[in-house]
Write a protein that binds this ligand. Structure first.
Ligand SMILES: [Zn+2]
Length: 134
């Protein structure tokens, strides 16, 4: 049975953001090299460690996700590192909820800004429900 584990910085295994499979992840830092010399057939010249970048390499598809080490967030692929259960969200609020989830990894404040609108929708829906049940 496939697991459903959201990607998280430093975690040994999770569902790969590129292929979707639950897989072990190999973590590494980023080393730079001089692209101009190597492009012209010269020896690859290292330029040193690139601060604040890390890679998680999926054991299954062998592709890399890119992370920042300071914020511990995934920057590639550009999609939420987490998936959210939307099955219990009423259809009329689903698009706001999806939008809040889509930006939560980039800006938790922007994601939270959508909550009053959803909350207003929930409370007006609850009032209607309460009126109809009296
Ligand atoms: Zn993968």
């Amino acid at each position: 049975m496939e697991k459903d584990v959201n990607p998280e910085f430093g975690k040994d295994a999770f569902n790969c953001p590129l292929c979707g499979a639950y897989a072990k992840q190999q973590w590494s830092g980023a080393d730079g090299y001089d692209m101009m010399t190597s492009a012209h057939g010269h020896k690859v010249m290292p330029t040193g460690r690139i601060a604040d970048l890390a890679f998680s390499r999926c054991e299954r598809c062998k592709r890399n996700a890119v992370w920042t080490t300071s914020k511990r967030i995934m920057v590639y692929p550009d999609k939420p590192a987490r998936t959210f259960d939307t099955t219990e969200v009423p259809k009329e609020h689903a698009s706001d909820y999806d939008e809040a989830c889509a930006v939560i990894h980039l800006s938790p404040k922007a994601s939270a800004a959508l909550q009053p609108k959803m909350l207003a929708g929930y409370t007006s829906g609850a009032r209607v429900l309460r009126k109809n049940t009296k």
